[in-house]
Write a protein that binds this ligand. Structure first.
Ligand code: SF4
Length: 235
């Protein structure tokens, strides 16, 4: 696995837990508003397995959880190895994924390597490629939703959430559609948009378009809560 960064401690990435975050290099999507654009392209890894092993061993008893984020972690064949390492040291584990590789998600779930999954659902299914690039297949994300839902029924201590960034071009009708196309989820996190520093020239127009703000979400919140009662807003 190509790990290009570590966040040493965070209270934001695993609800209720102090975690570290390993950032993997490479992504299967090309979202126009990506804040991790430097992670999209494949590059040589800068942090090796042994360094990560030693980092995690030293923090047993201090950190409670290990989050693997990206980029897109499921692109890396050795992902199970890193989750196994975290589990063997007694950590809770969380995967952040864009939902592009349901087969890998299923393997990780079946191996009992995940305690929490955060799945991006970026837009209504019909708009997926417009927002996340040509490589984005919404059928894969839908499959991930079904897998997570089924797995949780069998494993009540397992948690998952859906995350949606309130990117430019995403309006009230889109949010209502997303809320309605998903099963009722434990936690639906709406992230308010921040303009990224790096973006492709051709995306300049839409990057700088206005996105939904708090006051606008206040106005639609009641309707969203009817469909998804576990809505959370993150600045
Ligand atoms: S899925 Fe995430 S990391 Fe990948 S391009 Fe989209 S926003 Fe960036």
């Amino acid at each position: 696995m190509i790990v290009s960064g570590i966040e040493g401690s965070s209270f934001l990435d695993y609800p209720g837990m102090l975690s570290c975050v390993l950032f993997t290099q490479g992504c299967s999507y090309d979202c126009f508003y990506c804040h991790n654009r430097a992670l999209i392209e494949y590059k040589n890894g800068v942090i090796g397995y042994q360094e990560i092993e030693s980092f995690l061993k030293k923090r047993v008893g201090f950190l409670q959880a290990v989050v693997i984020s990206g980029g897109e972690p499921t692109l890396h064949g050795s992902l199970p190895l890193y989750f196994s390492l975290a589990k063997s040291l007694g950590y809770l584990t969380k995967l952040d994924t864009n939902g592009s590789r349901p087969k890998v998600l299923l393997e990780l779930l079946e191996a009992g390597l995940l305690d929490y999954v955060a799945l991006d659902v970026k837009v209504p299914w019909a708009r997926y490629r417009e927002i996340a690039g040509k490589g984005a297949d919404p059928a894969n994300v839908q499959r991930c939703v079904s897998l997570l839902q089924e797995y949780q029924v069998m494993h009540p201590s397992f948690h998952w959430e859906v995350r949606t960034t309130l990117a430019p071009t995403l309006g009230e009708a889109d949010l209502l559609e997303i809320a309605g196309m998903l099963p009722e989820v434990n936690r639906w996190v709406l992230n308010f948009y921040r303009t990224p520093k790096d973006y492709k020239k051709e995306d300049g127009m839409r990057i700088n378009q206005p996105a939904l703000i708090e006051r606008e979400v206040d106005c639609m919140q009641e309707r969203l809560l009817l469909l998804q009662p576990n809505l959370k807003r993150v600045r």
